[in-house]
Design a protein around this ligand. Sequence first.
Ligand code: DON
Length: 322
Amino acid sequence: LPVFSKSQFSAKEVINKVYQEVKNSEKKLSEQEKGKVADYIPELAAANPEYFAISIANINGGIESIGDFNVPFSIQSISKPFIYGLALKDHQNNSKFSVDDRVGLNATGHAFNSIVSITEKEDHKQNPMVNAGAIQVTSYLKEGAERDKWKHALNYMNSLSDGKAFLGEKVYRSESATNQNNQKIANMLFDFKMIDENPMDALDRYTKACSIMVTTKQLALMGATLANGGLNPVSKKRILSNSQVINILSQMVVSGLYENSGAWWTEVGLPTKSGVAGGLLAVYPHKYAIAVFSPRLDKAGNSVRGQAVIKKISQMYNLHLL
Ligand code: DON
């Protein structure tokens, strides 16, 4: 699997090496530097902090993995760029409705679950990567052939990968019982006329999307579909248009790691998205995608090992897109 065309290493050797290096260099880190498993969703707090997996999937359908790559975890915020893509697709022929105009496309500079960032601007617009923008986006989905927006979303998420993603009932119930902050956000979106449906219905769909269970293998394949301009490299089906993929990857650059996105772009230079269960997905356009899973997070909610892995691979192979 020669995904690294300019090197003597195969993808398998690369991820084996980086996996070991990240584990070894961790020994020098303090407990605080190693990060903490998300604790604001009870089911996530129970995760094994030592889980660690890396998968790399290329645009020819090849996949290599190491570690706990068969362990399903909830996709959490990594659903956001993909669901944004579905909303773009659902409205691609609708000249009267622009998802981008309604949601906004700019960095907020605030945490992913910020309330302040909804009120501080007169137009209340944020972007599809933070909770407020993502709840808006899930509200704009259409029913599709399934006549149910959630089924429509799950089918689409499966079409990006191998069709085996499913709703994690435990994490869905756990988050639903404890998401008072997101309830506040959804109600504010309704008050500001950013969404038209019952805000709790929009939030429920968003929470389900965050509770979709994936492995790093599936996540890497979803990323490879983006790297491949929207064409799933395994099923060979076109899921998104090239221009929709450009919008998705642009938002991953602007806000994929929330308030740390600018520093991440400077250092790493790859569109990347994080989730609080410990997933991290980076896309190297026209080549491959790298998915990492490790539950310990930094203060912004991004996987510590995940960032170490992507940073190392980007620097080793000069992947910075600029
Ligand atoms: O809404 C939430 O808080 C979670 N379902 C998702 C947040 C998340 O993944 C933030 N990312 N790193």
